[in-house]
Design a protein around this ligand. Structure first.
Ligand code: C2E
Ligand code: CA
Ligand code: CA
Ligand code: CA
Length: 274
């Protein structure tokens, strides 16, 4: 049997694991922040490249913590995923968006896009949340779900994808080109949209090798008859390049930065006047 000293050190490391700073100090503030409504929903417009009209928004979460500091989503989203809080966080966002539908055009062609973690898709909890929080709000706009290719979905079956599509949800693959999705994965997921990662938009006019990848992604999407949204469009040159190649939709600082959900209608009114 185990010597006492080893047993003690095992117990000690288990205790350290249980009570270590990382578990408590990181998970706790996020759940606290959800219940104290420290998260805010921001929206970034998505623009039709042909006619310049705003055809949708992507929702992006913002967190101003108790000390009034902004915490980047690149920090808190991975933490929320690790600590099993991403579903609660996304549910909160869906609820906020459905409570604030008045800020969006009543137009079924207009879409609100939400980033959804793979965990949330597995077990189809997302379908339940849409039924509980989105559909009862009777939205006049459509819903798009963005999913990255980094985490492969284990349990999403063709039937479940059909269920989502049957209630009018569009599926988008986010950050396309940065993961390692195979064509067979694309086929299973049967997405409506590919979002070109901003690294490939940034390459236009600056990085010949990555710009070749950008062109290949565009060709691939067009062969598969998928719509494209280019992210991170910051310059007129990038917007023109993408429009010339028939990329349907553009998103980026060139058009607008993410803004609080209640600022969006004010932005839209001004944008439509110009
Ligand atoms: P993402 O889904 O790829 O979102 C696009 C990011 O690019 C956003 O960063 C946006 O502010 C930024 N962006 C938009 N246009 C431009 C541009 O022209 N130039 C540059 N340099 N950046 C641009 P943000 O808001 O900091 O979010 C970072 C990431 O955090 C998101 O990347 C997404 O993966 C994650 N995230 C944010 N909100 C949520 C959420 O509610 N749920 C989930 N699951 N993830 C979220
Ligand atoms: Ca996204
Ligand atoms: Ca993205
Ligand atoms: Ca990204």
């Amino acid at each position: 049997h185990l010597p006492l000293s080893i047993l003690i050190s095992l117990l000690a490391s288990f205790a350290i694991y249980l009570f270590s700073g990382s578990r408590i100090s990181l998970a706790y503030p996020i759940s606290h922040a959800i219940s104290h409504r420290e998260f805010q929903v921001y929206c970034q417009p998505i623009i039709n490249s042909e006619d310049g009209k705003c055809i949708g928004v992507e929702t992006l979460m913002r967190w101003k913590n108790r000390r009034q500091e902004w915490v980047s989503p690149d920090v808190f989203i991975p933490l929320a995923e690790q600590h099993g809080l991403i579903i609660a966080l996304t549910r909160y966002l869906i609820k906020q968006v459905s409570d604030n539908l008045a800020y969006f055009p009543s137009n079924a062609n207009f879409y609100i896009s939400i980033n959804v973690a793979a965990q949330h898709f597995n077990n189809m909890e997302i379908l339940k949340d849409i039924h509980d929080f989105w559909l009862p709000a009777n939205p006049q706009v459509s819903l798009m779900l963005e999913l990255t290719e980094r985490t492969r979905l284990q349990e999403l079956t063709a039937e479940q994808i059909e269920q989502l599509k049957a209630i009018g949800v569009q599926l988008a693959i986010d950050d396309f080109g940065t993961g390692h999705s195979s064509l067979s994965y694309l086929k299973t997921l049967n997405p409506d949209v590919l979002k070109i990662d901003r690294a490939f938009t940034a390459a236009i006019g600056t990085d010949a090798i990555n710009a070749t990848v950008t062109d290949s992604i565009i060709t691939l999407a067009q062969r598969l008859k998928l719509k494209l949204i280019a992210e991170g469009v910051e310059t007129r040159e990038q917007a023109d390049y993408l429009r010339d190649r028939k990329v349907e939709a553009l998103q980026g600082y060139y058009f607008a930065r993410p803004m609080p959900i209640d600022v969006f209608p004010i932005w839209l009114e001004r944008y439509q006047q110009d």
